[in-house]
Design a protein around this ligand. Structure first.
Ligand code: NAD
Ligand code: DAU
Length: 337
């Protein structure tokens, strides 16, 4: 099977490529990435020949919004796994246009190529399209929860999801969609919460918690997310949406407390900073449908163990994140966060 992975030099996409090489050696994988600030070629080093890897994957530099390029690549592959997106909420509040271009126009461009060539698509999305839940109830998102996005990022992801659903219904394309909760693990950009705090601590800087720190996210290890995507590709029903989550709800103060404990710092060694405008309170996924229809089960039940391994990865790979860290913290200080 020839698989085109978009956004393959980003966090989840690069982990997907490495996971697919390890668990599906008969797949032939091509990586497509616009190589924005969020991409890192080093993340694909094990499979890129010019970086000393085994040369099993070709990396094409280009945008999913580039129609002629996308048309040719889609024609040459059997399946497209579509991770490419602008992904960071804080950036979307500062500068929304790249989110519309990559997430909406990019997905539209891909859908048209999929329709022309009759290929299979799996579209990667987020639980943020459903908006947020109250802190004090037990409700969780399901596949029938209405979309209700809060930020420019989540609005563009909801727009992309709706385009995919419309292309399934009106044009009969062979596609599936998944909406996953917050991922953590190796190779995540240092703008995101967990890597930002790990690299702060490693650099002797206190973690920075937005607002009260009571906001809840439903954490899942990136390998568990990617294994679920592979399960949907192989066992999912065409036309369906699947929610992916691993029952990993924690508020931000709890995550910071675990990171401080893992790095031997006192529990109060963090600071509160200004809140994110429109900050979603709580996300929580009910993944019953995925569990009933596929044999997928998460392997990282213990977030503390997953976080410990992630801390070690950042400790061992400072070359991978050092320059992005400088740039990211310059942006955060301009935003007052
Ligand atoms: P990321 O920012 O680390 O990676 C995104 C990649 O997409 C980058 O390499 C970037 O260069 C590339 N890209 C951006 N615009 C592009 C374009 N126009 N053409 C081609 N490539 C482009 O993001 P991530 O955290 O790896 O997220 C990947 C996908 O998973 C996104 O669709 C995101 O919405 C979704 N998702 C993320 C999470 C999470 O917790 N990070 C959770 C659920 C879903
Ligand atoms: O839910 C899935 C989504 O998770 C994905 O769709 C997004 O691509 C991904 O970025 C993530 O969105 P969040 O906004 O939840 O993630 P982020 O890492 O930016 O923030 C997680 C929580 O931590 C959130 O409540 C904001 C808070 N935060 C974040 C940063 C960067 C802080 O308290 N301090 C920080 O420095």
């Amino acid at each position: 099977m020839r698989v085109l992975v978009t956004g393959a030099a980003g966090f989840i996409g690069s982990n997907f490529v490495l996971r697919a090489r390890a668990t599906r050696p008969n797949w032939s994988v091509t990586a497509l990435d616009a190589m924005t600030y969020a991409a890192n070629r080093q993340s694909l080093a094990p499979v890129l020949s010019d970086l000393g890897g085994d040369g099993s994957v070709a990396l094409v530099e280009g945008s999913v919004a580039d129609a002629p390029l996308v048309d040719q690549l889609v024609a040459d592959h059997d399946v497209v796994v579509h991770f490419a997106a602008e992904s960071h909420n804080d950036n979307s509040l500062d500068s929304p246009w790249p989110f519309v271009e990559s997430n909406v126009v990019g997905t539209f461009t891909l859908l048209e190529a999929i329709r022309r060539h009759g290929k299979r698509l799996h579209h990667i999305s987020t639980d943020e399209v459903y908006g947020d839940l109250k802190l004090d109830d037990h409700e969780r998102f399901t596949e029938t929860t209405p979309v209700n996005p809060s930020s420019p990022y989540s609005a563009t992801k909801a727009g992309a999801d709706l385009l995919v659903r419309a292309w399934i219904r009106s044009f009969g394309i062979r596609a599936t969609v998944s909406n996953c909760s917050n991922n953590y693990g190796p190779r995540q950009h240092v703008e995101k919460f967990i890597p930002r705090q790990i690299t702060n601590i490693l650099g002797g800087v206190r973690p920075k918690v937005y607002g009260s720190g009571l906001n809840v996210r439903d954490w899942i290890h990136v390998d568990d997310h990617n294994d679920a995507v592979i399960a949907i590709l192989e066992q999912g029903r065409l036309g369906e949406t699947y929610l992916i989550g691993a029952d990993g709800e924690h508020n931000n103060l709890e995550i910071v407390a675990m990171l401080l404990q893992l790095t031997g710092r006192p529990g109060d060694w963090f600071e509160h900073v200004g809140d994110r405008p429109g900050h979603d309170l709580r996300y929580a996924i009910d993944a019953t449908k995925l569990r009933l229809e596929t044999d997928w089960r998460p392997h990282y039940g213990d977030i503390r163990a997953g976080l410990a391994a992630t801390v070690e990865w950042y400790r061992d790979n400072e070359d991978w994140w050092a320059s992005a860290k400088l740039e990211t913290e310059r942006t955060y200080s301009r935003l007052g966060r």
